[in-house]
Design a protein around this ligand. Structure first.
Ligand code: 3H9
Length: 671
């Protein structure tokens, strides 16, 4: 087999170049090739300096994640990195694209680092439930200080080359096309300079205050994220221990986390997310349609949120409303979000200005004729949606994609009101639409392959994680949600409280429980609006104006700071219902709550697969991780269910009166 690594000599400088698509991951073959190249350069008296560079779209994007959990092949990345550090000739990293994880660690072991202006550098291992394992937590604080090292290694966010230059992580930033030339120039300048600047030999300046401050500032974000906590500890050790001992501590932590099921779950999510982008039955020969102007019908919270996504990604938006007031409110919401992003340092004032300049607001439906994609984001009512699509059919240009943001309704029925159902697709954004990562792309019976391909490509362009769903009430995410919510309600009738159920879900790792979520979304969603008709607990709450956070009361009472408190009135309502239903109140265990609310979701997931409404079990995981806050370290409902095992789940489902999906065993046990 030919090596992905090649070498070439340029006037006494050896370039060791890797070409291992797609992202130059540091798999066994690459590591062996790099070590061989390095050794060749060190042994050749004609070579004065060595450059590590990569072909293709990026510098090394990290260790090869697909190798994790399998027996490690030599040379290990840690060994390779130590050899680079110890080299007696200058070694330079020439970085373009993304130097992530092991790629960043390899660069840190080099004596010099040059990066292109568009490069990004980072240690994202915590997102895989790991800490850096090739010296990242020990070299980084030596090079850039503890505060910056914490930001990079414990939060896992990559930084731009410009920032990396500012903090001393890279020595020089070059134009994108001039990287190798610049690295060669640097190599010649430093060829004879000694001693070599080895990061490992630098002293860490202890900074316990920075560590305490970091823990305090990011307490919420890192709560429950074991890997982030461990990354902080590793950085603490960098200040306390000699380099070699710190390295050994980091390595032992890395190996321990690698064997931890939480990391296995996060690695599953990583690959599941990428797998979700593939559409069954559609080959790579199908080209996407061109989309540069997006029309959005409805400037409410959803429509405005959707608009922010496209504007931020540099697409022109025509925002349509029926009244000038509603249009003005939407426009203000968009402008306020951009201002707040600028204030929080998420974008520059110039970027916000450029994004806003792409917004066009209209009251005239005909304006949608200029759009390549139109997304309807109005009230969830079939008749209104059908009316809009019938009108759109007359106005939209030929080949334009017509999308509905419906979260429950039958997309095929909506599409049937047009003369071009093959151009219709569902684009289900989650609220708040400019923040939530999930986009359900709903494939109607007639949706054309290139429309789907376009929708998936657009999702990527606006930074969403897309999952393809078939037409079924609630698609993937909300169909599972409904199972959970129904059972949570039943548990209330049997004696559980909203506080208890929510607490069990939070302890499981969800950001909020079922009733907190209902209060946030609005208890009145889908309510018939007749206070005299009270058959369910939800209707009883709605009849009393307990519509959730927005009215200061729902399943909880809210104080002026929107802090929830157990509600005596809700307790009374529950008692009344229990009496009416003659259901005897009993103590319900936390285990029963979990089993009854989560196992039916898993069962529903299996049914979705059976009906062909979800392409694969891992898509369901992606939907729940990115749309509903299922903790990534539990891998998503279907991954988690495999760990629980079919027998346990099936027995519990039967015990609680559910019909076990006929394919559940297959779904949970087939590798
Ligand atoms: C690490 O380094 C540990 C060390 O500290 C210690 C070791 C001892 N490995 O995302 P894309 C695949 S942990 C294997 O669609 P993009 C990916 O699955 C690692 N495969 O592209 C996909 O395959 P497919 C730390 C990888 O342009 C294809 O490449 N590093 C890896 O949107 C394209 O990926 C990270 O966590 C990998 N490391 O984004 C970085 N990376 O086409 C993880 C990608 O078959 N990677 N693949 O579906 C990323 O963040 C993004 O992939 C990247 C490119 C930003 C690089």
């Amino acid at each position: 087999m030919t090596s992905p690594v090649t070498v070439s000599t340029h006037n006494g400088v050896l370039i060791v170049s890797c070409d291992s698509p797609p992202v130059n991951a540091l798999g066994a073959g690459v590591r062996a090739g790099l070590l061989e190249g390095l050794t060749l350069g060190l042994d050749d008296p004609g070579v004065e300096a060595i450059i590590f560079a990569c072909a293709g779209r990026t510098f090394f994007a990290g260790a090869d994640i697909a190798e994790f959990g399998k027996p490690m092949k030599t040379p290990s990345l840690s060994d390779l990195v130590v050899c680079i550090d110890n080299a007696h000739k200058p070694v330079i990293a020439a970085i373009h694209g993304t130097a992530l994880g092991g790629g960043c660690e390899l660069a840190l072991a080099c004596h010099y680092r040059v990066a292109t202006r568009s490069a990004k550098i980072g240690l994202p291992e915590v997102r895989l439930g790991l800490v850096p394992g090739a010296g990242g937590t020990q070299r980084l604080p030596r090079l850039v200080g503890i505060a910056m090292a914490l930001e990079m290694a414990a939060l896992g966010e990559p930084m731009s080359a410009a920032r990396a230059k500012d903090i001393g992580l890279v020595d020089a930033v070059t134009a994108d096309g001039a990287l190798v030339e610049h690295a060669l120039g640097l190599a010649r300048t430093v060829a004879r300079q000694r001693p070599l600047p080895r990061v490992s030999e630098q002293r860490v300046v202890p900074d316990p205050e920075a560590i305490a401050q970091f823990r305090h500032t990011h307490a919420r974000r890192i709560a429950g994220l074991h890997a982030s906590t461990m990354a902080i500890t590793c950085i603490e050790k960098a200040a306390e221990l000699p380099f070699a001992e710190g390295l050994a501590f980091e390595r032992a932590t890395f190996m321990r986390l690698m064997a931890d099921p939480r990391s296995a779950a996060q690695r599953h999510v990583f690959f599941a997310e990428r797998q979700a982008a593939r559409i069954d039955g559609i080959g790579s020969d199908i080209a996407a349609r061109s989309v540069e102007r997006v029309g959005i019908i409805g400037a409410g919270t959803m429509g405005s949120g959707i608009a922010i996504n496209f504007l931020s990604a540099g697409l022109a938006v025509t925002l349509l409303e029926t009244s000038a007031d509603a249009l003005k409110r939407g426009q203000e919401q968009i402008a306020n979000t951009f201002s707040s992003n600028v204030a929080k340092g998420r974008m520059t004032a110039r970027q916000a200005e450029q994004a806003l300049a792409l917004l066009d607001v209209k009251l005239d439906f005909d304006a949608l004729g200029a759009c390549d994609l139109v997304i309807e984001a109005v009230f969830e009512n079939m008749n209104i949606k059908k009316d809009i699509f019938a009108r759109l059919d007359h106005v939209a240009r030929e080949g334009a994609i017509l999308a509905s943001n419906t979260s429950y309704l039958d997309l095929d029925e909506i599409a049937a009101t047009t003369s071009r159902p093959s151009d219709v697709v569902g684009l289900h954004f989650f609220s708040p639409a400019h923040i939530m990562k999930l986009l359900e792309v709903v494939r109607g019976n007639c949706t054309a392959p290139d429309v789907l391909v376009t929708a998936m490509a657009l999702a990527r362009r606006i930074g969403k994680v897309a999952v393809v769903a078939g037409v079924t009430p609630g698609f993937i995410g909300n169909r599972l949600l409904r199972c959970r919510q129904n059972e949570a309600m039943n548990l209330l009738l049997e004696g559980a409280t909203p506080e208890q159920i929510d607490c069990v879900h939070r302890n499981f790792g969800m950001p909020m429980g079922p009733f907190q979520m209902t209060d946030l979304a609005g208890v009145d969603i889908g309510w018939h609006r007749d206070p005299a008709r009270v058959e369910t607990i939800r209707e009883a709450l709605c009849a009393e104006g307990r519509w959730g956070q927005k009215t200061g009361a729902g399943f909880y009472d809210y104080d002026e700071r929107r802090k929830p408190h157990p509600s005596p009135r809700v307790a009374e309502i529950l008692q009344e219902f229990r009496k009416k239903r003659k259901s005897s109140e009993r103590a319900i265990s936390d285990d029963e709550i979990l089993a009854r609310t989560l196992f039916p979701m898993v069962n529903e997931g299996a049914l979705l697969l059976l009906e062909g409404k979800a392409q694969r079990a891992s898509d369901i995981d992606v939907a729940w991780v990115y749309g509903y806050g299922w903790p990534a370290w539990r891998g998503g409902p279907m991954f988690w269910a495999r760990e629980q095992g079919f027998e346990k789940i099936a027995a519990a489902l039967e015990m609680y009166g559910f019909v076990v999906a006929p394919n559940l065993r297959d779904v949970l046990e087939t590798p």
